[in-house]
Unconditional design. Sequence first.
Length: 499
Amino acid sequence: MKTVNHWIGGKTVEGASGNWGPVTDPATGAVTTQVALASAEEVDAAVTVAKEAYSTWGTSSLAQRTGILFRYRALLDAHRDEIAELITAEHGKVHSDALGEVARGLEIVELACGITTQLKGELSTQVSNRVDVSSIRQSLGVVAGITPFNFPAMVPMWMFPLAIACGNTFVLKPSEKDPSASNLLAELAAEAGLPDGVLNVVHGDKVAVDALLAHPDVAAVSFVGSTPIARYIHTTASANHKRVQALGGAKNHMLVLPDADLDAAADAAVSAAYGSAGERCMAISAVVAVSSIADELVQKIRERAEKIKIGPGNDPESEMGPLITKAHRDKVASYVTGAAAQGAEVVLDGTGHTVDGFEDGHWIGLSLLDHVSTDSDAYRDEIFGPVLCVLRAETYEDGVALINASPYGNGTAIFTRDGGAARRFQLEIEAGMVGVNVPIPVPVGYHSFGGWKDSLFGDHHIYGNDGVHFYTRGKVVTTRWPDPSDAPAGVDLGFPRNH
């Protein structure tokens, strides 16, 4: 059986806690790998190594950092298929989807390659007689990232490339459900010339997480995951005087107005709801159909959903793979089986789906629920699976009110031909990311990603300008250099004269 150990100080370090976690192939249900689960002492060892590395990396030149990152980007590009294969083997998503994940992660590496312009300071000269004021940004020290199972390569790459480009060292705690991709990312960084200890990977469960949150030498923590855990991460890390960005869960809505192109809206709904088997925080999980179009839209979504081919992620013909674990598969199915009792019409029931030859895999088909009420479990909870709820609204205003009443505010979309309605929507809707005829409005790397309300805890979004600001802190320097001809000015206890 394959074993995944930690990556600390530029080399593989065998797990010493004696605790191991199982990693399954979601397509077969078989345990293929064991992953080391770190103790608090092992986490401390990784942080210590990162702190030692910071003493030189924190003062390294921008040219040195970006040179390494350019080489790293080339290596990631050359190994993108290998990274995607690891994702498919442990997460289950189809290979094309895994390649897309790697590509989105590469966007942030490319942003980090251009960090020189992002770290430029500001200077004001002659604010008073021979007095200049400058603003600079400096790194924090050791920072940590805690990442989810659904994007085992992309989300880590949303964090550590920017962090190390800014001069920090990094300790990554990836999901123990699909750990291999993170180790490969670290190995390639070492091959690109990243000094030992700048990027470390420690595998583990809550023990490792809590050790990072409490460690006095960890200056900041980045997290992506469910809302309850994001709230816990933010509360605990903040209490330990750390800077925190904790991205939580979502219930993303898609508002479809009567004038919308219903074929385009149906295509978008199927892609956004069922892509990655619904295991993404930017999935559309609720369609709000306005006025009389609902029946036709539901029928178009059903026709498309019934044609999606489900199978192993390494089968080129598969369009959707299995869910990550059997327990998660059963939880997703429970929302579908309980929907009718709570007033919904089950248009498509995917709970009985199996794949020939892979009967023990974590399979579930596509489910479509119509006439869903806002007080039902299927609507209120983040299901994180291929289940799409359809709700109905009489007017645009009713639809916006419904969406804004949700405790989540991650992403949302509107489908319409009316530019005025779209403009109004993007101003009135209470969400951090908005799509106009775009179902999954994930920003490109040089804009920041993040939601509102219970979808984000902390003040900074991830990557983009917010990411750079999160991994650095500002300093303002006021200087006066006397002219050689100046006589001593004497003591003045008043405020500096700036006018």
